[in-house]
Design a protein around this ligand. Structure first.
Ligand code: PEP
Length: 266
């Protein structure tokens, strides 16, 4: 008997693009087809992650024609419940609008000095407040070329994903995105075999932390120059559970990525 596939996730990270008006109009543009696609398969979940200022605008559009498995996510949040943290958003604020939050994206690690320890606090806060964290890990070009990938990934996984409570489903709710930094926004995607083997390594590390059952339940996505031209190859790999998409999520190509994913997982 073959193990059933985990529900695939195609998440779009819009980064710092589309303020409320543009975000709403782009969502209206893709919603009819995207909504139809997610309704056509129970095995796909698609998540739109606009900038925080545009979350309400996109929420309103999604609520006008709700589709199961078409969700909203934030790109970051603070770990504290509230307080004097100018410019930040709290987990419960995110929870009012979203199911999901991206944490520890390499751009946040690089430009905003987010450490594994900080990402871990945010991830624990996300789980505590019922959010689905998508925790990003990935090596840079130099680490990739000098064969340090596993060492870097092992450290990021063990520190960013530490201390999840063994009780309940928390360890199964986590989503990990493997995003080699050299593949992000470069048009130079990882090979399917390369991404698949790092993802298998991540699952194995997670298993040493939370057991085999949790490790086989979690979704691990690939991210880095994914488009509708290469998604089918990634999705054909049994260890790859979906994609975190940057550039291509700003265009109707995102809908094609979801369509091709469904064709592979059906
Ligand atoms: C990302 O920002 O998470 C990403 C994967 O970007 P891109 O798809 O543009 O490489």
């Amino acid at each position: 008997m073959t193990t059933p596939r985990r529900t695939a996730i195609i998440a779009g990270n819009w980064k710092m693009h589309y303020g409320p008006k543009e975000a709403a109009s782009f969502t209206w543009e893709i919603l009819p087809e995207l909504g139809k696609l997610v309704r056509s398969s129970p095995h796909i979940l698609s998540i739109l992650c606009p900038p925080s200022i545009s979350l309400t605008a996109v929420r309103e559009v999604l609520d006008a024609d709700p589709s199961p498995r078409l969700e909203l996510g934030a790109q970051n949040m603070h770990f504290e419940d509230k307080g004097a943290f100018t410019g930040e958003i709290a987990p419960l604020m995110v929870r009012e609008l979203c199911s999901t939050v991206i944490l520890g994206h390499s751009e946040r690690r690089a430009y905003f000095h987010e450490s594994d320890e900080l990402v871990n606090k945010k991830m624990l806060a996300a789980l505590y407040h019922g959010l689905r964290p998508i925790v990003c890990v990935g090596e840079n070009e130099q680490q990739h070329e000098t064969g340090e990938t596993e060492q870097v990934i092992r450290r990021q996984v063990h520190l960013s994903l530490a201390n999840i409570t063994a009780s309940g489903n928390q360890a199964r709710r986590v989503v990990i995105a493997y995003e080699p930094i050299w593949a992000i926004g470069t048009g130079k995607a990882a090979t399917v075999e390369g991404a698949g083997s790092v993802i298998a390594f991540i699952r194995q590390q997670y298993s040493t932390m939370y057991g085999e059952e949790a490790a086989s339940a979690i979704r691990i996505l690939y991210g880095g120059s994914v488009t509708s031209a290469n998604i089918a190859e990634f999705m054909a790999h049994p260890d790859i559970d979906g994609a975190l998409v940057g550039g291509a999520s700003l265009k109707p190509d995102f809908v094609e990525i979801v369509r091709k994913t469904i064709e592979v997982i059906l």
